[in-house]
Design a protein around this ligand. Structure first.
Ligand code: ADP
Ligand code: ZN
Length: 592
């Protein structure tokens, strides 16, 4: 086979060489021809016409006029493109020939040869690649999947998310004994969608379901089905289900199903055809298998609202389970789970740690404990301590802690310290329900200098005052910079703060009816999501300036406290909740 293929390539190669040589020859020929042509000034041409020395002229539209002398020599001259020229020449007994193009035969041959060479080259290359394609197509249309046969994962490995777990546990029995349910005419879901932020344990739960039911687990990703070649995605779906049927009972897990099941763009021409085909193949396969087969398709997505409704109809993914970020109890459980097999300090306060890790996903908590373990191992410590966890905290939230702090200019440290002190002090002054759990000026590789975390008290609604205060907290960093270092020395360090403040403010104005001049209007409904117009910008700008001035007044009244916090930060680099609270209560006692 190989030899045969090589021979073919060689023979095609030879054809190329021959054609290339021929083309080159013709081009050279063409240049040689040119030398025999006399270039004639037009005046001279006119004189020779008068003298009767011109045999023939080729009239054309081109810039040059060609012809031959009576001596047989060729010449060219400027083409006057004069309508009378032909008559003039004829009167002088010159033979006139009209040509539409000025190409000489040899030029045409050269042209054709070049086209031929490139044409054949193109055909050859495309045939090579299409042969490759058809070979790859077979390979591509079967999809790689991973299974979890190596390691048993039970629902015990999943902490928190009780409702989601309960919902999936119901299905364990169905997977084990589908016949039982069939007998009672119960229609069990064929597909379940798990939706929620990344790292919340969706994959983990799908694996747990398969292991607890003791069936095979086949994991693929929605993006595996998004292919440039037409029909490959659909072929992969068919191949996946074929393999699943061969296995008998199993759990098929499709991660990131939104990659292939995005809302379809109705009325659009072409473009989404391919993803339509893939999606249709999936729907067909899902309606095709019987409940008694014991196959369940679990799919995960970060956002349910982007999915095509067709996926969510009965008989398809008709059960949707939310998997959210863990609350404080769940966070403690997850932390406990990852402390279980690790040597941790006995005094470690998981409750406090759970408090500090608001908005952490399960994956982030796992990552936190893992990084802490790495720090402990690097130091050959006896066990993982709070200190290791503290350091791991910054790795997890903001990338690796920078080792060399000496390189950081003193001014940068001062700016960061005052900026962060601004956030902390304003939080204490304006948001007594929010907690400042940590303030630091330790830089991270992700760029921002410090990090201050304030945890809003758990509640269902936010008031207008809460939101305005949150904006003020965000603005406080920049304001202190401005007061201490002057308005020309403000830094880029506030960009995240500005983003946050803008987000809160636009939500207030656009969605929550919290601005008098805009009123009880949802801006997006009104404007059809093009949302930003001059008026909105003006209203927001005005409001933001007002909040800025108010915050500045608050801060100016408490600069003593800001300075104390900032100096403490410069000294200790990190302040914890107790440090901040102590400084604050001491300050309030003094000023009372
Ligand atoms: P998702 O599929 O939701 O993006 P994963 O299931 O892949 O998240 O979670 C990644 C990792 O995070 C898991 O392997 C596990 O180590 C950890 N994890 C996430 N959520 C939990 C949880 N609720 N309980 C225990 N571990 C969790
Ligand atoms: Zn800031």
């Amino acid at each position: 086979m190989e030899v045969l293929k090589n021979k073919k390539i060689i023979s095609i190669g030879i054809i190329f060489v021959v054609l290339a040589v021929a083309a080159t020859y013709l081009v050279v020929q063409q240049f040689n021809n040119k030398e025999e042509i006399v270039e004639l000034p037009y005046q001279e041409f006119a004189r020779r016409v008068e003298a009767g020395e011109i045999q023939r002229v080729f009239l054309s539209e081109g810039p040059q006029l060609k012809g031959t002398f009576t001596s047989g020599e060729s010449f060219v001259t400027d083409n006057p493109r004069n309508d009378q020229l032909k008559e003039l020449l004829l009167l002088k007994a010159v033979e006139v020939e009209e040509v539409s193009q000025q190409y000489t035969p040899s030029q045409i041959v050269t042209f054709v040869a070049v086209i031929l060479v490139f044409g054949i080259l193109a055909i050859f290359l495309s045939r090579q690649s299409s042969r490759q394609t058809s070979k790859e197509y077979d390979k591509m249309s079967s999809v790689e999947y991973s299974s979890n046969q190596e390691k048993r994962i039970s629902f015990g490995n999943v902490a928190g998310n009780q409702e989601a777990k309960d919902s999936l546990m119901e299905m364990v029995d169905f997977l084990k004994n589908p016949e039982k349910y069939e007998k009672y005419g119960a229609r069990m879901p064929k597909g379940v969608i798990l939706y929620g932020p990344p790292g919340t344990g969706k994959t983990l739960m799908a694996k747990a379901l398969a292991s607890e039911a003791d069936v095979d687990f086949m994991a693929v990703s929605g993006s595996d089905f998004v292919q440039i070649y037409a029909g490959v995605g659909a072929a992969r779906i068919r191949s996946l289900f074929k393999k699943a049927r061969e296995k008998g009972k199993c759990v098929i897990f499709i991660d990131e199903i939104d990659a292939m099941g995005k809302k379809r763009d109705r009325g659009g021409i072409g473009g989404s055809d391919e993803s339509d085909r893939t999606l249709n193949a999936l729907l067909t396969e899902m309606s095709g298998f019987k409940g008694s087969e014991g196959i369940i398709v679990l799919a995960a997505t970060n956002r349910l609202d982007t999915l095509d409704e067709a996926l969510l109809r009965p008989g398809r993914f008709d059960r949707q389970i939310e998997v959210g970020l863990p609350d404080i109890n769940a966070r403690r459980e997850i932390l406990a789970l990852y402390c279980k097999d690790r040597p941790v300090e006995e005094t470690l306060d998981l409750n406090a740690l759970a408090h500090q890790t608001v908005y952490f996903s399960g994956a982030k908590l796992e990552n936190l404990m893992n990084e802490a373990a790495i720090f402990a191992a690097r130091e050959d410590a006896n066990c993982i301590t709070q200190q290791h966890i503290d350091r791991a905290f910054y790795v997890v939230v903001a990338g690796e802690e920078k080792k060399d702090r000496s390189s950081i200019e003193e001014l940068d440290r001062r700016i960061t310290a005052y900026h962060e002190a601004g956030h902390a002090v304003v939080t204490k002054l304006l948001c007594p329900n929010n907690r400042v759990t940590k303030v630091t000026i330790i830089p991270s590789t992700k760029g921002f200098g410090g990090f201050s975390m304030n945890i809003p008290a758990d509640k269902m609604y936010q008031t207008k005052r809460d939101m305005m205060n949150n904006i003020k907290v965000a603005l406080a960093g920049r304001i202190v910079e401005e007061i201490i270092f002057g308005s020309d020395n403000i830094t880029t360090g506030a960009s995240n703060d500005i983003q946050k403040a803008t987000e809160i403010l636009t939500a207030m104005v656009k969605r929550f009816g919290m601005n008098e001049s805009i009123g009880m209007i949802n801006y997006d409904v009104l404007m059809g999501h093009q949302g930003t117009d001059q008026r909105l910008i003006e209203v927001c700008n005005q409001q933001m300036n007002k909040l800025f001035t108010e915050t500045k007044e608050v801060i100016e009244g408490h600069m003593t406290l800001v300075k104390r916090v900032a100096e403490a930060l410069l000294d200790q680099e990190t302040l914890n909740e107790k440090d901040i609270n102590d400084m604050y209560s001491e300050y309030t006692k003094e000023t009372a």
